[in-house]
Each structure stands twice: as structure tokens, then as C-alpha cells.
Ligand binder design. Structure first.
Ligand code: ADP
Ligand code: MG
Length: 582
């Protein structure tokens, strides 16, 4: 067989397979071109998951008639002239391949007009064949119509998903774009129906709109350290999800799927969301371009960082700080949701009418701030009209199933998980290093551990941290540690189990873990082992005492494992349940 140079059409078809995998990738390219053209408004429509039609109209710079043909040629770009430009490139696309690729595998019409020109022009590409440039209706900006994608590449067409599968991918691309370009008005029509319109707005508002969450349920973060800037909108952990779908990550304004950043965000939410639940957030990281390699291949979403642990820490700690200063000192019981009974979440939204809004209710954060003065309500008395909703002002009614404290306040009926609540108390004490008393063991207490576990615990920083928590120990044999002191609140607790757990945590800590995170796990295990068990009978005094203890520290509404501590049923909820009101 003779060697032949492939013709352009064939080359374009092959390239198209790389750049344009599915309708959503065509949309991504078209949106990026529109943004690069300086558009302030972009309207997108698509039919049948984009398999039939994708149309993008922008009001950007437009293309001169004599350049229309060039725009559809491979390696034709206005964005990159020489290889050195690659390092400083600011625009989104620069390979000059997108339009040529789309033109090779669809029926594409490109119409455009520059500002002030009386007439527009258009050109068509069908399966790679270009038409003549024709005059067209006046337009300021560019319109690209991509019809019948892959009509001439049956192999590709077969791999496309159902219309709903492709629609999901298109919406994802659109949302990613909308999130990172709040300065552009964007709209999306699906099968002629308008599904999204986002007006030009700021980053925070756009994120709330796209995620469909209320502003008062979101925290804004904008932090710069050295060459790193993090802008983020963090959705309140009470609105977590079962998947990672609500987590949007951008690096240098590109959407990426990056494990490192994902992990850093999840760590930032640690102890606030339940296990196997994921937060919603929009996280945009910008770093000095020298320290990051954003893979320039258009369909790849990976990034490589030069200093990944610095970046991890920066993101993780910035997020933690937000929650530490905003979620503390709150009583924020998880509300019950009954499947059939359609109960509106009234606890948070009704609050301002019943409480002094300025002093005790923070609208932005949607939380209650307990007053400085709190009093224990005498259980014999009827509930007082106390102004503030605090733990200790709650009146204990009794215990249910030896596991839940049943209490009331003027807000409603509160169920408190005794184990989760006590666990939270202990956790906060350990965290704040308050009231950790230790006691020497009278008889030497031995725990048996595998040598690698012993080694893990004997690391200097770990041993030192544990000492501060009340544990003093030394190695007794290759497989035994001897405990000389332990924290008083753990006097009745089996040390073997606890030390098994602790040493596993130290061993399991990933390579990115900082000591602080390991210790957070240690606090969680210690408080879990030390807390009142579910099933333990408690007297009213013990229950009330627990509520008082809950007030001593800052609080969030989840136990250290992320389970809710309490659940509130308001009078309104009950009345709805009993159909007193409809
Ligand atoms: P690239 O974006 O990598 O340059 P494309 O094939 O996507 O390659 O586009 C080729 C060229 O066509 C661009 O460099 C740009 O000059 C022009 N172009 C494409 N889309 C638009 C648009 N919406 N508005 C103005 N110019 C455009
Ligand atoms: Mg492009």
C-alpha cells in the first residue's frame, strides 16, 4: 500500500472525535468562543439532547465576512500566533479546531456581523464541505447552529446517550459556564422551552441561583494568600446531598474534576455533614499559572499542582474558618420531614417574627444566637416566655426508648439524641482543651496492638498530642502499650477498643492529612467512646444537666460523626400533622 497524506476532510473528522465527543462538548466550545468574543449576553437553545440542534447566539465582537471561511478552517485561530503565547494565553480556546471539527461532523451554519456593519454574512459547512459566504440579515455578534451532529459518523452517533442523558450533560456544561461567568447574561432553551435565564449578576448571587438555594443558606468566601486566591460559595451543611453533584470546582476558571480540591472541600465540611452525604458548593481557585498545569486538551478536566499540599491546606482551612466563625453557638435542630405530611420548614423562616431579629436571629446565617444569660427552667413550672431559644431554657418532659430526651420550649417539641448530644459536649471540650482532667491508673493497664500500630502511636507529635488529651503511655513490649494516665471521662471505658480505633485512625490518615485533622478524628473517637450510650436510663436531673452542658460550648447541630443531635417539631408541624390546620 502506498503512503498517502490524509485529506483535510478526513483529518477534521478524526480531530472532531477528540474535540467533540457529544453535544455537550460542542456547546462547551461554542460558549467559550462566545465568551472570548466579549459577549455580554449569550442565548443557547437545543433540541433532543442537542442531537438535533444546538444554537448559540452571542452579542460579541462578531467575525468579518472575509474571515468567516477562515474561522471554519482547522488550526485557524485569532487567539494564538506563536508557541510562546501558550504560556500567557488568557482566552479559553486556542487550538483553532473547534469550529472546523463541528463543521466536519454536522450541518453547521455560522452567521456573524461586526459592530456597526449594516449587513451580516453567513457560511455553511456540511460534513466538512464549506459553502460560499452569503449575505445575511443584520446581526451584531455571532450565531452558530449545529444541526444533526454526527449524521455522517454513525459509529459516534451510536455511542450517544438517550436525549435525557445528553440533556443532563448539556445542562451541566451550561451551569458550569454560568457559574464562572456571572458577568454575562445567559439563557437556555430546551426543546423551545425556556429552562434557565440568569441575568448579569455577581458571583455569589449567580451561584445561589444556579444551585437553587436561598442566599441566607450560603456563605461567601474570598481569600487570598500568597499566589493563591479562593472564591467560593459554601452552602449550609444542612442542605447536603447524597452525591457530589452539587459540588462545582474551577481552577483558573475552568471546570475540573480534581480529587485534591474535592477532598480539601470535604475536609472543610468535616463534622458538619453526615457520612455519605456531600456538601453543595462552588469553589473557584486561581493560582499563579507557573504552579499549575491545566491540561490544555479541551475535553480533559484534570489539573496538576506543583505544591499540592499547600493548596490542600489553603482551601481546607479557608473553608473551616468560615464555618468556625459562622456556625458556632447555634442551636439549629434538624427539622423532621414527613413524607406525606407536607410540612414547610418554618423554624428558621418564621423566627424573625417571634424573636428579636437584630439581637438573636442572624438572617444571613439563618441561625439563632443564644443570649449571654440563660437560665435553667424549673421543670415544675409551665414554660416561660423566654426571649431566647437556648438549650438550658428547654424543659425536659422525659426520656423515650432510653435513647431520646424529649423536651419542649416555646418553639416546639424537641427530641435530642442523648448519645449524639453528649458526644458533642465531649468533643467540644476536647477541642477547646477545657475540663480535660486525667487520672493515674492504679494498676498498670495494658493494651495489645500490632507493632505498626504501636509505632504509629509512638510518633513524637502523635504521642505528644495524646498526652495533651490525658493519655500517657509507654511501650511495654513489641505488641503492648502500658497506660499510666487516662482522661477521667474515660475511666469506665475499655481502652483496648479505643486504642485499636485511635491507632487505625493514625495509620489510615492519608498522605495529605495534617496532624490537626488526625487529632480531630481522635477527639471524635474519644467522645464517642466516652459519651452516654443509647439505651441508658437517665433521670430528669441528668437530662437537664446534659442540656446545661450543651450550653457551655459553641455548638453546631451535628454530632462529630455528622448525625443530627436534635430534631424539632414546631407547634405548626404538629397542627399540620393532626390536620388542625391545612
Ligand atoms: P479557537 O477558539 O481555538 O480559536 P475555533 O475553531 O473555536 O478556534 O474558532 C476559530 C476562530 O473563529 C476564533 O479564533 C475566533 O477568531 C473566531 N470565532 C469563533 N467563534 C466566535 C464568536 N462566537 N465570536 C467571534 N469570533 C469567533
Ligand atoms: Mg474555540
Amino acid at each position: 500500500m502506498d503512503i498517502q497524506v490524509l485529506d483535510d476532510n478526513t483529518i477534521n473528522k478524526i480531530a472532531a472525535g477528540e474535540v467533540i465527543e457529544r453535544p455537550a462538548s460542542a456547546l462547551k466550545e461554542l460558549l467559550e468562543n462566545a465568551a472570548d468574543s466579549g459577549a455580554t449576553r449569550i442565548d443557547v437553545s437545543f433540541d433532543e439532547g442537542g442531537k438535533n440542534l444546538i444554537k448559540v447566539v452571542d452579542n460579541g465582537s462578531g467575525i468579518k465576512p472575509e474571515q468567516l471561511r477562515l474561522a471554519l478552517q482547522r488550526h485557524a485561530t485569532s487567539k494564538l500566533k506563536k508557541i510562546e503565547d501558550l504560556n500567557s494565553i488568557q482566552t479559553l480556546g486556542f487550538r483553532g479546531e473547534a469550529l472546523a471539527s463541528m463543521g466536519a461532523v454536522s450541518e453547521l451554519t455560522l452567521s456573524s456581523g461586526t459592530k456597526g456593519s449594516a449587513k451580516g454574512a453567513k457560511i455553511k459547512a456540511s460534513g466538512g464541505k464549506l459553502s460560499e459566504v452569503e449575505p445575511a440579515a443584520s446581526i451584531e455578534g455571532t450565531q452558530v447552529e449545529v444541526k444533526n451532529l454526527f449524521y455522517n459518523v454513525p459509529a459516534r452517533q451510536k455511542f450517544l446517550k438517550s436525549s435525557s442523558g445528553e440533556t443532563a450533560a448539556i445542562k451541566k456544561v451550561f451551569k458550569n459556564f454560568a457559574l464562572i461567568h456571572p458577568e454575562i447574561t445567559v439563557s437556555l432553551k430546551q426543546d423551545q422551552k425556556q429552562v434557565f435565564v440568569y441575568p448579569k449578576q455577581d458571583f455569589f448571587s449567580r451561584a445561589c441561583d444556579v444551585l437553587e438555594v436561598k442566599k441566607q443558606d450560603c456563605f461567601y468566601l474570598n481569600e487570598t494568600v500568597d499566589d493563591m486566591n479562593l472564591e467560593a460559595v459554601l452552602v449550609h451543611p444542612k442542605l447536603n446531598m447524597a452525591t457530589l453533584m452539587g459540588l462545582y470546582i474551577f481552577v483558573q476558571t475552568r471546570p475540573v474534576q480534581d480529587k485534591l480540591i474535592q477532598q480539601a472541600v470535604l475536609e472543610g465540611y468535616r463534622n458538619l455533614v453526615m457520612e455519605h452525604q456531600y456538601p453543595q458548593a462552588v469553589v473557584s481557585l486561581k493560582v499563579n499559572p507557573e504552579f499549575v498545569d491545566v491540561n490544555t486538551h479541551p475535553s480533559k478536566l484534570q489539573v496538576k499542582f506543583q505544591n499540592s499540599s499547600t493548596i490542600f491546606k489553603f482551601i481546607n482551612q479557608s473553608i473551616k474558618k468560615v464555618f468556625e466563625s459562622n456556625l458556632e453557638k447555634t442551636i439549629n435542630p434538624v427539622r423532621v420531614s414527613f413524607e406525606q405530611a407536607d410540612i414547610q420548614p418554618s423554624f428558621i423562616n418564621e423566627a424573625p417574627t417571634q424573636y428579636n431579629q437584630k439581637t438573636f436571629y442572624n438572617h444571613q446565617q439563618g441561625i439563632f444566637i443564644p443570649s449571654e444569660v440563660s437560665s435553667v427552667v424549673n421543670t415544675a413550672e409551665p414554660i416561660k416566655e423566654t426571649k431566647v431559644h437556648t438549650w438550658s431554657s428547654m424543659q425536659v418532659i422525659g426520656q423515650f426508648a432510653n435513647t431520646y430526651i424529649v423536651a419542649q420550649s416555646q418553639k416546639g417539641l424537641l427530641l435530642i439524641d442523648q448519645h449524639a448530644a453528649h458526644e458533642r459536649v465531649l468533643f467540644e471540650r476536647l477541642k477547646n482543651k477545657s475540663k480535660i482532667e486525667k487520672q493515674a491508673s492504679l494498676i498498670e493497664e495494658l493494651v495489645e496492638l500490632a507493632p505498626e500500630k504501636i509505632e504509629a502511636l509512638l510518633q513524637e507529635n502523635i504521642q505528644h498530642a495524646l498526652q495533651n488529651l490525658g493519655f500517657e503511655f509507654y511501650q511495654r513490649s513489641p505488641t503492648h502499650l502500658a497506660l499510666s494516665t487516662k482522661p477521667t471521662f474515660l475511666l469506665d471505658v475499655g481502652m483496648q477498643n479505643l486504642f485499636d480505633r485511635l491507632s487505625e485512625q493514625v495509620l489510615d490518615a492519608g498522605s495529605h492529612s495534617v496532624l490537626e485533622d488526625i487529632i480531630t478524628d481522635v477527639w471524635a473517637s474519644m467522645s464517642c467512646h466516652g459519651a452516654i450510650r443509647a439505651g441508658k436510663v437517665l433521670s430528669k436531673e441528668e437530662m437537664q444537666a446534659l442540656l446545661v452542658q450543651m450550653e457551655e460550648n459553641s455548638f453546631s447541630s451535628f454530632c462529630p460523626h455528622g448525625r443530627p443531635v436534635s430534631v424539632l417539631l414546631t407547634q405548626y408541624d404538629l397542627e399540620k400533622l393532626f390536620k388542625r390546620i391545612v
